[in-house]
Ligand binder design. Structure first.
Ligand code: ZN
Ligand code: ZN
Length: 327
């Protein structure tokens, strides 16, 4: 089979690899398409370490079951699936509490184990979700990053009528904005890039106005950028919840008394928990996703896809199968 390999930072090649075999509890998936997200770009540019090179990347995968391993029940060949690319162990102390995103043995596809940017991949059946009907392949590719938003909303304990702000309208921010709008919330955004702002507006979100500082009940920081956290804090209303999704790693200036006096709640929202959040996503399958997916590239064009992904507003993805075969 063909697989996309990162030979070294900045250099992708397509190589031949053995087709993997589904073991007990696993399914073999013929991959159809794989999304590119910020964490893949960190790997591509060498900012995020991988176990070895050449490395097979990719975690936002959609495909079709072509074989079942032993002990797989209730699944069938031909079923279209969306991969939940974080496999928890179900038995550690965090998993037993339901915090599978904090699983002490979490297997991160494309980061700790080889990714799914290949013609075939083996996936535990429990993490290969039956794809909802009526969505195109491009839309299905958005379900994994959308689930990050689904989890963030759940953890924010948002109530009907609350005012929301999303800081950053990259793919995660856009999908969260679309979700907030689809669920009937007044969603505002902060974004410096005019094309991303345009996309956010097309999703039905409203640009944040400076006069609305200290106005929002729920603030979601997705940018991970310099100043993103400060913007999120400054925008929060008294008693608000600030949910942090972006993985900013620089130090920030915070005055603790300000958080105390305004009775703010800070929530760190790491990916999603199994199975609750993916179950919500595939059940809800909102209809705005086509607006977020912007650029499709073939496997042979992956180098260009990665190099250009930063400039593309919305999501880029790699189609593994020939264009003509796609729905
Ligand atoms: Zn991702
Ligand atoms: Zn665990």
């Amino acid at each position: 089979m063909k697989a996309l390999l990162l030979e070294a930072p900045h250099l992708l090649t397509v190589a031949e690899r053995e087709v993997p075999v589904a073991g007990s509890g696993e399914v073999l998936v013929r991959m159809l398409g794989v999304g590119i997200c910020g964490s893949d770009l960190s790997v591509f540019y060498g900012h995020r370490e991988v176990p070895y090179y050449p490395w097979q990347m990719g975690h936002e995968g959609v495909g079709e079951i072509v074989a079942l391993g032993s002990d797989v029940v209730g699944r069938s060949v031909g079923e279209r699936v969306v991969i939940e690319p974080n496999y928890c162990c179900f038995s550690c102390s965090e998993c037993r509490k339901g915090n599978t995103s904090g699983c002490l043995n979490r297997v991160i596809v494309g980061m700790k184990v080889p990714g799914v940017m290949a013609e075939f991949a083996v996936v535990p059946a429990a993490f290969a979700w039956r794809a909802p009907a009526g969505l195109t392949l491009a839309e299905l590719i958005c379900l994994e990053p959308l689930t990050v938003g689904v989890a963030a909303m759940r953890r924010s304990q948002i109530q009907k009528g609350e005012r929301c702000l999303v800081v950053g309208a990259g793919s995660t921010g856009l999908l969260l904005l679309g979700l907030l709008v689809a669920r009937g919330f007044d969603a505002h955004f902060v974004e410096v890039n005019p094309q991303r702002s345009q996309l956010a507006t097309e999703l039905g979100a409203l640009p944040h106005q400076e006069r609305n500082s200290g106005y929002y009940d729920k603030v979601f920081e997705t940018s991970g950028s310099e100043g993103g956290f400060e913007t999120a804090l400054a925008s929060a209303a008294p008693g608000a919840t600030v949910v942090l999704i972006g993985l900013a790693s620089h130090a920030v200036h915070v005055i603790p008394a300000d958080i105390v006096r305004r009775r703010l709640t800070l929530v760190g929202s790491m990916i999603y928990d199994h199975p609750i959040d993916f179950a919500t996503t595939v059940g809800e399958a909102p209809n705005f996703l086509h607006k977020v997916v912007q650029a499709r590239f073939g496997l042979e064009d992956a180098q260009r896809a990665f190099e250009q992904a930063h400039e593309v507003p919305g999501k880029s993805w790699i189609s593994i199968v020939d264009e003509g075969d796609l729905p």
